[in-house]
Ligand binder design. Structure first.
Ligand SMILES: Cc1ncc(COP(=O)(O)O)c(C=O)c1O
Length: 356
């Protein structure tokens, strides 16, 4: 049957596409065997088709080119005009064309109605992804899936405070193995261990703190007291209070080598104590009644530090070892100082528990 609705040009395009499909164009799906038109223009099955159980054989590009306007079947010897195709083939081709058109239409509608779906990059988004934003170098300027602003070469890292939320993924993955259960009957009394200097501290906690430091090797614990506080910030305030002579004429100067942890001045002066006051950079301190805050590794530059002024005479040192853990720095020696501050904020990342 002649199908005038399938002009030779359409068939030629169809053949070219078929050829592209078998040449490994990844963007095109291999068509079903029924859609494969004979490179010779369709018609009676070829020898390969017979060898394939009557179905058309899948083959590569037509070695003889696809331009012949007639196809000759080797079996019958009859020649068939190029424009004549079986009705079934034309129907399949028309159905395929309609499906492709419908898919294109559906995709267009979906993009318009779901412009922010992760799998959909709208033209507007493409502009943001490809085009550099004003004032940036052009690195990923679009917001990632977290909703946080994208990092560019112009991004500023705020070192003002270190919220250890980067540990959260680890603890989530750890799951039940890190679950804590606190029975309702526990910690009823003010006194956990009246024989201990820190009488409100759970004896188990004391033992686990020592065990951890022994395992990591970052602090001497034998012969030392373990004291617990509301974060190491409270312990720092307690240390300043304990180390400042009560009867001194002047408040004791509290110093630290610059650059120092930005909260030291505020924490020192927060309670407006008459016993101690912030006195700035240890390098420029003159005098012998002082408390030196030694942060190692240092916040903000990570430097490994020793006391600058020494702990002799009226001078005393408080070692803030919040970051002296192997995830931040190699543990090269067992720290052994009179006062060493550690905190769960930095060791395990549980800043919200407020345990120092
Ligand atoms: C050097 C240093 N010490 C102490 C703290 C405060 O620790 P905590 O959360 O235990 O009060 C921080 C917090 O960022 C810190 O960087």
């Amino acid at each position: 049957t002649r199908k005038a609705s399938s002009p030779p040009g359409v068939m030629a395009a169809s053949r070219r596409r078929t050829s592209a499909e078998f040449q490994g164009d990844g963007s095109l799906m291999p068509p079903s065997a029924h859609v494969v038109a004979s490179p010779r223009g369709g018609g009676a099955p070829s020898r390969e088709e017979h060898a394939n159980g009557g179905r058309p054989a899948l083959r590569g590009a037509n070695p003889r080119g696809g331009s012949s306007v007639f196809s000759a079947t080797k079996l019958t010897g009859r020649r068939r005009p190029a424009g004549r195709m079986p009705l079934r083939r034309v129907a399949i081709f028309a159905s395929l064309a309609l499906n492709v058109a419908a898919l294109a239409l559906l995709r267009h509608r979906y993009v318009v109605s779901h412009p922010h779906h992760p799998g959909v990059v709208s033209l507007d988004q493409q502009h943001h992804v490809c085009a550099p934003q004003p004032g940036t170098s052009g690195a990923a300027a679009s917001a990632p899936s977290t909703g946080k602003p994208g990092v560019t070469s112009d991004s500023v890292i705020n070192l003002d405070h270190g919220d250890p939320t980067m540990f959260e993924a680890f603890w989530r993955e750890t799951g039940d193995a890190a679950e804590l259960v606190i029975p309702g009957w526990q910690t009823m009394s003010y006194f956990s261990d009246v024989s201990n200097v820190c009488w409100f501290m759970e004896p188990d906690f004391d033992q686990q703190v020592r065990r951890l430091h022994r395992t990591v090797g970052n602090a001497a614990v034998d012969g030392c007291h373990v004291l617990v506080g509301t974060g190491s910030t409270q312990l720092l305030m307690a240390a300043l209070y304990a180390l400042s002579p009560a009867g001194a004429v002047q408040p004791t100067s509290v110093v630290s080598t610059a650059p120092f942890y930005s909260w030291y001045p505020a924490v020192t002066d927060f309670l407006r104590s008459g016993l101690f006051r912030w006195a700035g950079d240890a390098n420029s301190f003159v005098g012998d009644a002082y408390i030196e805050l030694v942060c190692s590794p240092n916040n903000p530059d990570g430097a490994i530090r020793d006391a600058l002024l020494g702990s002799g005479g009226a001078g005393k040192a408080v070692h803030d070892l919040a970051y002296y853990w192997p995830q931040y720095t190699p543990i090269t020696r067992r720290a052994d100082h009179d006062i060493m501050l550690f905190t769960m904020s930095k060791s395990t990342g549980h800043a919200g528990t407020r345990i120092g």
